[in-house]
Design a protein around this ligand. Structure first.
Ligand code: ZN
Ligand code: ZN
Length: 247
């Protein structure tokens, strides 16, 4: 499976780089994980939004859904070269916030599908499992398995540190983890530090750690150093705009 990072800042976009959004591809299937600010413009470089197959959302904070409305409008208004409308877009999301959940369904354009009522679901070539995170609003982490290869990607969503991540991420090929804070902010109830992400990566024995949901301030390389102290043998990198990871 191929993962393209479309945006990685936490909270708000800056310097031409947007917030949480990841394009996940396998066998020509295009899954968009979170739809952060600026994500549609970056997505267009890789796939026309009318050809997206599905969307998966961790939660409804603005930095994860900012471009969702314009994605719906794109698919309402735009046609392919033969004049055909895009298909009804499934948006997999939780329904614990019914006001936001209801906005996911929009005419013949998109339909909200609550994943939290199913223990496991299949989206195209991917098996998806979820785990509730530690965050001020309901939010979910995902274990995304490419069924043909059994390759596993873990996305923590937004979360404070939870011991449960170690089991959830066990032996994953790729861990993309919320590392919004520098060392010293451990045990926060909203986001993790890089050190905590390193701890999960090391204990879960993942093959690669990408630090994401990054802060706009400070020296980001320090996050890598802080994570490496906990996971010296695991490759660790900062998320970069349009970074492509193939696992
Ligand atoms: Zn966020
Ligand atoms: Zn959030």
């Amino acid at each position: 499976m191929k993962v393209t990072i479309l945006g990685f800042y936490g909270g708000y976009p800056t310097n031409g780089i947007g917030t949480s959004a990841y394009l996940i591809e396998s066998n020509g299937f295009h899954l968009l994980l979170d739809v952060g600010s600026n994500s549609l413009l970056t997505l267009e470089k890789y796939v026309d939004p009318i050809y997206l197959d599905a969307v998966l959302l961790s939660h409804y904070h603005h930095d994860h859904i900012a471009d969702l409305g314009v994605l719906q409008f794109t698919r309402l208004l735009k046609r392919d070269s033969k004049g055909n409308k895009p298909h009804l877009l499934p948006i997999y999301c939780h329904n614990e916030d019914i006001v936001n959940f209801n906005q996911m369904s929009f005419g013949n354009v998109s339909q909200g599908i609550a994943f939290n009522e199913q223990s496991e679901l299949t989206i195209g070539p991917f098996k998806i499992e979820h785990m509730k995170t530690l965050h001020p609003v309901p939010c979910y982490a995902f274990k995304i398995t490419e069924e043909k290869s059994d390759k596993i990607m873990i996305f923590t969503g937004d979360s404070g540190y939870k011991e449960d991540f170690i089991v959830f991420a066990k032996d994953a090929d790729l861990l993309i983890a919320d590392s919004n804070f520098y060392e010293g902010m451990e045990n926060h109830t909203v986001h993790m530090t890089a050190k905590e992400c390193g701890r999960i990566a090391n204990k879960a024995k993942v093959k690669k750690l990408i630090l994401t949901h990054l802060p706009q301030t400070g020296k980001l390389d320090q996050l890598v150093e802080q994570a490496k102290k906990e996971a010296p043998s695991i490759p660790i990198e900062l998320a970069q705009k349009e970074m492509i990871i193939t696992i």
